[in-house]
Design a protein around this ligand. Structure first.
Ligand code: SF4
Length: 197
């Protein structure tokens, strides 16, 4: 069975794709096939209906925020993301996406409006204080363009009204973390340092 929906504690997560434009050094997909005994490699990407069918029936017993975060970059499956988010908003859930910020490169057009309208919180993985370091850590298929596109995407989502958070993983040096904090501060968005899983 393909797990398009998985839970950790009382939080619901949506797994829309296994495709990704990065190959991050710290990615949990390296050497693991899922989270909390739930396999997250999928044979086919889901439609919105496939996802909605797998949502728990007792939705009210779960956290009010549902997170698009799976074994891949969720914006590859943008149509499903948009429809599922719309459904979740109708049933009084809020939404967050954990994204690498490459959606506009992936879709070759500006889709930040779709993401910002669909997701109340857009958590963009900043991952590094500059493009050279970014590529050392993330091995982006777009090369150095990926870093600039990620920052631009974060700015656009903020302009379009989403709450934006820039995050880094604690594989960086304290000096690099400080530099990343300054980037978030200059952009006027929140900063989050998260532990490597
Ligand atoms: S962006 Fe996320 S899913 Fe993609 S390689 Fe990096 S950590 Fe893994």
């Amino acid at each position: 069975m393909n797990n398009y929906v998985y839970t950790i504690g009382n939080k619901i997560y949506i797994n829309l794709t296994n495709r990704c434009s990065n190959k991050c050094e710290f990615c949990i997909r390296k050497g693991r096939d899922g989270m909390c005994d739930q396999r997250l490699w999928i044979d086919d990407e889901p439609t919105a209906e496939d996802v909605i069918d797998q949502l728990p029936l007792d939705l009210d017993n779960y956290d009010s925020e549902v997170v698009f975060c799976g074994f891949g970059e969720p914006t590859y499956n943008l149509d499903a993301l948009e429809e599922v988010a719309s459904y979740l908003h109708c049933v009084d859930k809020t939404t967050r996406i954990n994204t690498n910020g490459h959606a506009n490169l992936i879709h070759k057009t500006d889709v930040s409006d779709v993401v910002a309208d669909s997701c109340d919180v857009v958590n963009v993985s900043l991952n590094a204080p500059n493009k050279a370091r970014y590529n050392q850590i993330c091995h982006c298929i777009y090369g150095e363009e990926g870093y600039d596109a990620m920052l631009e995407f974060a700015k656009l989502c903020k302009q379009r009204g989403a709450k934006v958070v820039l995050s880094v993983v604690d594989v960086l040096s304290p000096k690099e973390v400080d530099e990343c904090k300054k980037i978030a501060s200059k952009m006027g968005v929140e900063f989050r340092l998260r532990e490597k899983e």
